[in-house]
Structures are given as structure tokens and as C-alpha cells.
Design a protein around this ligand. Sequence first.
Ligand code: SMG
Ligand code: MG
Length: 370
Amino acid sequence: MRIHAIELHRIGMPLVRPFETSFGVQTSREVLLVHVRTDVGDGWGECVAGVDPFYSSEYVSAVEDVIRSYLAQALLAGPIGGAAAVAPLLRFVVGHRMAKAALEAAILDAQLRADGVSFGSHFGATRDRVDCGVSVGISPNIPTLLDEVQTYIDQGYKRIKLKIKPGWDLEPVAAVRDLLGAGGLLQVDANTAYTLDDVAHLRELDAFELLLIEQPFVEEDIGAHAVLARAIETPVCLDESIVTTSVAVDAIEQGATSIVNIKAGRVGGYLEAVRMHGACLTRGIPVWCGGMLETGIGRAANVALAALPGFTLPGDTSASDRYFAEDLTEPFVLEEGTLPVPTGPGTGVTVREALVRDWALRDPLVLRAR
Ligand code: SMG
Ligand code: MG
């Protein structure tokens, strides 16, 4: 495959409601899209990096810069062996996995569209619909939180995830457990807001029969999560810490994570995510598909990934209307708590290029071989 051009589009999309986590409040999604033009056709990829380096060290402007300054030329210089060749070609740059993942996704989309193969078949999907959970931000107060959760229950979501932080944990979790009743699937995500000093406090979450607690400590402190996992009954699940398959295997072996949140952007691409799924499946470790407020482009690929057999827990694969009044592709609509796995070639969705233009925050950056 020969890549003629890599176009970087920066789009702003308002969120239907603010999304608050332990590290900040977001009211819009500023997203970087990669459009590749190749000799076999076009492809689109979405970058999961946020506008600020708060969830991860990567952020949109850094992604744009590393693609422009380093990554693009490695792909434009000559013919490449398809999407599988992208990660090896980009290994000379340390880290920057979200940037690499977006490039790989766009190239994979172009390749699979040309081959007439869907992301799901290429990954090894074994289901045609996936169970969906929803991530619920930190609320101004408990009644507002319960109203929001009730809306999602009414819509049919199969699992609720609550964002927590010190000062917003036991009380909201108790209230939502009451609302859901004993059998309702409930989990929490701290986005690194706690430290080992909080172990006794976090142990109090054991009373609420949670599916898991996600990433209580900073990403580098995998050993601290192993300490917590020994001290509490609630399963510990790593998100931010898990940046490669070998890190995942190491964290599993240390007892730091008994469930893994897989996000393709965080691990450098869907192909690495599929490898990570395989490593977890072999070890009997359940996985679920994380989310990064994706537009329909990233959501389509996530739903395909979540259809693999080891994804046994509902993912943060909510419907388009959880975040956006209008999506960049045909919308993903929840049906009985599930979303359909796209079956068309590539991501299987069509990018509404007029919207990409309407919502552009600046002119696209077009990169060609030097
Ligand atoms: O796409 O529904 C989604 C977002 C799910 O909570 C979610 N993601 O740590 O898992 C996580 C967060 C990271 C994004 S916060 C900007
Ligand atoms: Mg998380």
C-alpha cells in the first residue's frame, strides 16, 4: 500500500451534558481525525487524546505535532505492508501511542475497505451485538446523579460506571446501589485520584458489591494496585497503567489487576488491543472495552473490538446520544442495552464529511511525502 497523503482534521463537538471526572470537567470534545488517502482508497481514524494532558501525557496538540514532525514521514516515504506494518515502522518514536493508534486505525480502515472486510471480522469478533455500559460523571449533588442514572437505566444500559474521587465516593455509590438494587451491575473509576493512604477508606466500597474499581492510583504505581488488590474484595481493574500487552501481563502476574480495561488508543492501536485481548483470554482474565468519548468513527471500531470472545463485561460503548446530539457518522442507537457490530467494510460507518468541515476548528493539515 502506498499512502499519498495524511490529513489531520481538528473538530469541536459540544457534549449534551458536561462530563466531570476526578481530573476536570469537559463540556466539549475537541477531537483529532486522521484521513489517509492511499492507492487502494481512503480511510479514517480517530485519535482518543484529550485537549489537555490530564487523563494521559498525550494531548491533541502534541499528537498533531508528533505526527507532523516524525510519524507521518515514516509512512509516506515509500510503500508499506498495510496496517500490520504501521507499529513496527513507528517504533523509532518512543510512546505517543494515541497518535500511532489513530494513524494505524485510518490505514486499517483504508485497507479493509479495499478488501471488503469489516473491522469485526478482521479482529475475530464472535458476536453481532455487544452489551453496553455507561460512564456517569461526577455530579453537583446526589439527586442530580440519581436523575442521570435513572435516565440511563430507562434507556436500557446494562451497567453503570460512576466516576469517583476523594469526597465523592461512598455516598454516591451507596445511593446508586440503592437505586439499582442488589443485582444491578455497578463499577467505579477513580482516574488515579487516590493513594495507598486511602486503602482503609477504599475497603469500605466492598459493602456495595461492585464489579470492579478502576485505576485508583497513578499509572506508574502498578505495585500499589497489587497491595490494594490484596487488601480489598472488590476486584481492581487497571486502565491508565496498561499501555502494552507486556505491561498487562506483568500487572496480571503481580496481582495488580484481575480485570483489564482495553482501550485501543491507549495501547497504540487496535492490533495491539487484539493481542492484549488474546493474552488476557489465555490467562482467564476478563476484559472490557473502555471509551474516550469517541465519535462514530472510534465507536464503530470499539464496538467491533468489544465483540471478541474475551470481552465478557459490558464496555463503555454507549450510544452516540450519550455524548452528542449529532454524530459524525450514522449514530449508534442502543437497543435492549446493546449496539450492533458494524458489518460493512472497514469501520463500516460513513464519515459525514460536510460535518467534518462545519465543525472544523481550523483548516486541515495535509501531509505529503517530502
Ligand atoms: O467514552 O463513555 C466514554 C468515556 C468513558 O469514563 C470514560 N472514560 O478513564 O475510563 C476512563 C474515562 C477516560 C475519559 S475521561 C476524558
Ligand atoms: Mg478509566
